[in-house]
Design a protein around this ligand. Structure first.
Ligand code: PMP
Length: 307
């Protein structure tokens, strides 16, 4: 990943990809206190390559930094422009973007109080998070043996670097046991989310999703809320148990990387028809239409990268 052509935006400047380095005593590298985003840009029908819901991602990055008490050295406008320019300058038609704010190597130790916040934005071609077939047939998941973060152990509303140890452990466990993804429960045993996705299920025509207690306030989740409500569906946020998922008619994950991903099996129990259900398909289609600029009513979600 480090050895390639291209540019990365680092602290206000475009630097060659191979030279975008930090010191080994970088504070975030040691303790995980940093915040980041995962953003996507798509080729659209008539807006050229556009970043999907750029402002919402930048707003969440700033909220994450605020929660962790990190000073932001750049404005939101500067970061929006940085994100557009990395897509443009790397000549990407479609892209995944990774903005990250980290504490530097100005000091070491938990008590360091002279740390600067540094900001980077990288962007590369990253077509599909899962096997493209999975979008149609759905994925197999398992309940994780790892509990999702408790709200008072780490800050669940921050997309914080250190939070992802929990995600990686859960995902690796799922992959090692032959599944595609993990379903993490909260500390009370209710469904929280996937390792990097929010969770939805459909039962008797109603769409359910966990309350935003220990899960991330996903931007795809919010997008699905809006698209579903516009199509006349009722969405309820509630506590969900794993056995409610076993008997659901449909289930799916949402996330910037995973997009809208049907779930066909949990813990060896087939969900519904065992493949993508009709409501999942309708919302998945609406989601892809919106990111690709085919929904006139949601042009406001697109940030064209062209100058
Ligand atoms: N939960 C977690 C833990 C995530 O990492 C992500 C990906 N950012 C999501 C949910 C989905 O969020 P979004 O739709 O904003 O990508």
């Amino acid at each position: 990943m480090a050895d390639r052509d291209g540019v990365i935006w680092l602290d206000g400047e475009m630097v060659p990809w191979r030279e975008a380095k930090v010191h080994v005593l970088t504070h975030t590298f040691h303790y995980g206190l940093g915040v980041f985003e995962g953003v996507r840009a798509y080729k659209t029908a008539n807006h050229g390559t556009s970043i999907f819901r750029l402002q919402e991602h930048t707003d969440r990055l700033f909220r994450s930094a605020h929660i962790l008490g990190m000073d932001m050295p750049f404005s939101k406008d500067v970061l929006n422009e940085a994100q557009k320019s990395v897509v443009r300058e790397n000549n990407l038609d479609e892209a995944y973007l990774r903005p990250m704010c980290f504490l530097g190597s100005e000091g070491m130790g938990l008590r360091a109080d002279n740390l600067n916040t540094h900001v980077m934005v990288a962007s590369w071609d990253w077509p599909s998070y899962m096997d493209p077939e999975a979008k149609e047939i759905g994925i197999k998941i398992r309940t994780s043996s790892y509990t999702r973060h408790h709200v008072n152990i780490t800050m669940c509303k921050a997309k914080a670097n250190g939070n992802y140890i929990n995600s990686i452990l859960a995902l690796r466990e799922a992959l090692q046991s032959g599944c595609d993804e993990a379903l993490l429960l909260d500390n009370e045993g209710y469904v929280a989310e996937g390792s990097g996705e929010n969770f939805f299920m459909v039962y008797n025509g109603i769409i359910y999703t966990p309350e935003l207690t220990s899960c991330l306030d996903g931007i795809t989740r919010a997008t699905i809320f809006q698209l579903a409500q516009e199509r006349g569906y009722e969405i309820r946020e509630k506590r969900i148990t794993r056995d409610e998922v076993y008997v659901a008619d449909e289930a799916f994950f949402t996330g910037t990387a995973a997009e809208v991903l049907p779930i066909r099996e949990l813990d060896g129990r087939v969900i519904g028809s065992g493949r993508r259900g009709p409501i999942t398909e309708e919302l998945q289609t609406a989601y892809f239409d919106s990111v690709q600029g085919k929904l006139e009513t949601h042009y406001d979600w697109l940030a064209p990268v062209a100058k």
